[in-house]
Write a protein that binds this ligand. Structure first.
Ligand SMILES: Nc1ncnc2c1ncn2[C@@H]1O[C@H](COP(=O)(O)OP(=O)(O)OP(=O)(O)O)[C@@H](O)[C@H]1O
Length: 249
């Protein structure tokens, strides 16, 4: 599976105009100032934004070009955003089972798969709770399980930790990293946070007014930031990272 992206989308005052690839099993982070076009790219790959030129190809299948536009549910692309968008009338288990069904599983197989997700994520106590009765962190876990239960070829992660507290965000990052590796799913992560980028991504693109101004591995870009924005992102990293360990009773 390789995702090949070449696209142009006109925005107010500039075009988002980029070309890049995500090889199998890699995670690419896209960073850039607010309004630089990160969500536009993610939405175009997910199929909720049309492109005016270019071509988006996943495992050799054309998802979009200047004339074709494959609908989102037929793209084998998962989306995990800041708002988990769970179905309010379905409990946690059924939300995940919906994802498995969307990935092509029969009803009974989907139910078993959803139960396995619940168990692996340690959410047994809230399996029959509806989203309104869950915390933000629990909702994001269910949303992650629902997205991956559909067995997407690539998961698009758009600022999913922004509304979580520091500890919940840290737990979510570890979980996402583990589950992407376990399921061998590629990913694109859009975030303002250097911590997210370091924890999740292999490669990094820096975007400014719709254009890629720097690319490389995360280590390469952070070692030699091309502009003030990347320097500011790097400056938020602790100079001496501390490891947070469980408190002893
Ligand atoms: N439907 C639209 N039509 C035209 N322009 C749009 C539309 N939606 C967003 N824009 C503009 O396109 C630009 C890119 O927006 P986009 O949401 O992709 O940026 P972003 O980098 O994800 O920003 P943020 O970090 O704030 O989420 C912005 O200038 C925005 O105002």
């Amino acid at each position: 599976m390789t995702l090949k992206v070449q696209l142009r989308v006109p925005r107010t005052g500039f075009d988002v105009d980029v070309k890049f690839e995500v090889p199998a099993g890699r995670t690419l982070a896209i960073i850039g100032p607010s309004g630089s076009g990160k969500s536009t790219i993610v939405h175009a790959i997910a199929g909720i934004q049309e492109i005016t030129a270019g071509r988006i190809e996943l495992s050799g299948n054309v998802l979009a070009d200047a004339v074709a536009h494959r609908p989102p549910h037929l793209r084998e692309v998962g989306l995990l955003g800041q708002d988990p968008h769970l179905f309010p009338h379905l409990d946690a288990l059924k939300n995940i089972a919906f994802g498995a069904r969307a990935g092509g599983m029969d009803k009974s197989v989907a139910k078993v798969a959803a139960s396995e997700w619940i168990e692996r994520l340690g959410l047994q106590e809230i399996a029959t709770h509806r989203p309104e009765a869950l915390s933000g962190g629990q909702r994001q876990r269910i949303a992650l399980a629902r997205a991956l239960a559909a067995r997407p070829k690539i998961l698009l992660i758009d600022e999913p930790f922004a509304s979580l507290d520091v500890e919940a965000a840290m737990d979510m990052r570890s979980l996402v990293r583990e589950e992407l590796a376990r399921t061998a799913t590629s990913a694109i992560v859009v975030s303002h946070s250097a911590a997210d980028t370091l924890a999740l991504a292999d490669d990094l693109l820096v975007l400014e007014r719709g254009k890629i101004i720097q690319r490389g591995t995360v280590a390469e870009v952070f070692a030699d930031p091309a502009n003030r924005f990347v320097r500011a992102v790097v400056a938020t990293l602790p100079a001496h990272p501390i490891s947070i360990q469980e408190e002893q009773p």
